[in-house]
Design a protein around this ligand. Sequence first.
Ligand code: DAH
Length: 342
Amino acid sequence: MAIEELEAYRGRALDALSAVSDPASLEAWYRAHLAPSGEANTWKRSIGQQPKDERKAFGQAINEVGAALADAYAARQAAVAQAELQRRLVQEAVDVTLPARARRAGGLHPSVIALRQIADVFCQMGFTVFESPHVETDYYNFEAANMPPHHPARDMQDTFFTTDGQVLRTHTTSGQVRAMRCLGPGPIRVILPGLCYRNEDVTTRSEMQFHQVEGLLVGPTVRMSDLKGILMAYARAMFGPDQDVRLRGSYFPFTEPSVEVDIRCTLCGGDGCRVCKYTGWLEIGGAGQVHPVVLGHGGYDPAKNRGIAFGLGIERMLMLRHGIDDIRHFFRNDLRFLANFR
Ligand code: DAH
């Protein structure tokens, strides 16, 4: 009688097991049947209630059922694991035929690209690059550039002051005397590229920050006529091989004589148009022969040395080259603008 019940139980347990198809119900089945408190084990407690001569056979039968269930469980466990793996393979499948997602790579800022091009042009002419501080002393920014306190030319450049009495350099001319002191007293030929800062209203034509490239040559044989050749090479590298340069008399405290550097109008080619205000020429920077006072600050004897210098606006150059009508584009970080220069 008991044996029959046991057999009926085996059938029920195996039926239940064959309906199991996921890890959670497999676990539940195990707890219901094979775990220490599971039904397969509770049978053992009923051995004592059997007639003495049947106990042995009944005990064996229980062990047999237990072993059969354990085998069936192991097989089911393997099958469920395999099915689970299949399910995950399908669910987590990667379609390798899909096109790759384009990665947006960063790029250099147009002003930086231009600065590097310019450095290349001047390095081919034997210049080296000299870096000087952005936060500058009044001395190097103004006084060494022949603008002592109360010099009216200081008002030409509205200045940002730091709380400890220094200035944000208003032009790269601030590095001239540093370069002379650092690299002199022999002949030098350097460019000084970088950001400059002015406390100005931001308009389409002026920004609070902009890039310049300063140039400086000092030595016993340096002459004003060298200036034109150097600037011509720059203009032709930036604006095309047919560009022309014109030097027009002007005033800067740190040069004497001083000139403005013009190129032939990039729009009308010199015929005269609205962009060049019908002059045929566009201004790209200032230049001149280094003032003896500045040479003196740099440790050079003005009686034995001459210098020539120039300062070129980088955003100004790019605006003329690409027909950009608003300098503020350069500092807005709008990718629609910046990505054009990659
Ligand atoms: N520092 C001048 C400016 O920012 C530009 C300049 C003019 C630089 C004449 C020079 C120079 O070296 O010789 O407006």
